[in-house]
Design a protein around this ligand. Sequence first.
Ligand SMILES: [Mg+2]
Length: 273
Amino acid sequence: MTNDQAVGMWWGLFIGDAMGVPLEFTKPNNGKPVKTFTEGGVHKAAKGEFSDDGAMALAIADAYISQGRFCGSTIQQNFIDWMETGVFGTRPGEPAWDIGMTIERSLRAVKNIQRPYTGSSMADSSGNGCIMRLAPCIIWNRHNLSAAIGESVAQALLTHGSSDCITYTAALAHELWEGKALPQYDHLRDRPINNSGYVADTYASAWYSVMTTKSFHAAVVDAINRGDDADTVGAVTGMIAGRVYGISQENLINGLQLKEQLLKTLQKIIGSD
Ligand SMILES: [Mg+2]
């Protein structure tokens, strides 16, 4: 993976999230597609404002930087701090404003931060929160495939421990690292396309948008205009498409909230090589 591809995956996550937030919980848009940052929606988002997907990715990146390695306890503490104080998010000082049920339940279940793996293994806890924040694990481990997959799955288990969550997290981590769809996971993509919050639907929907378009921007536009969990499908699509194509849309990067903080964090997880 080149630095450009790693950089594309990082910005792609935040751009897809921020473009999707105003469309969260909407019906599929069959009219004129939304093609850039907008505002509003159920969270009354500002233009370029990212949500839990971006904030939790920042929380993971921060833990890699502060520990110099993967540390589940540090990541989980960062997640808890984000939930309670909004740190890593766009509205610091307020509790997290877009937190999934499965995630909140796991974070509140932590009694001892040295035992941080509180994700439920029940099948009905198979939300997409585990795959929406993978970019830092892949970038940090871009020269080590085993660590990229292993640490992606380990961060998933902090909040999502179901069989589907493990399967889809491992598949997406592997594919993000390789930068392409891999045939052994084709059957995971073979399902009706919709933007529900179920991890299997989000994975298939994001790949559908990448595979039926020819650019980063077209893929993200396709994904978010299916509405529903538009921000998370946007974030996953953005990671894949940013990894595949890189990002030439400087205006989208410049339109993101907290751009300077995102850039500094990116530079630290990429390191010097
Ligand atoms: Mg979100």
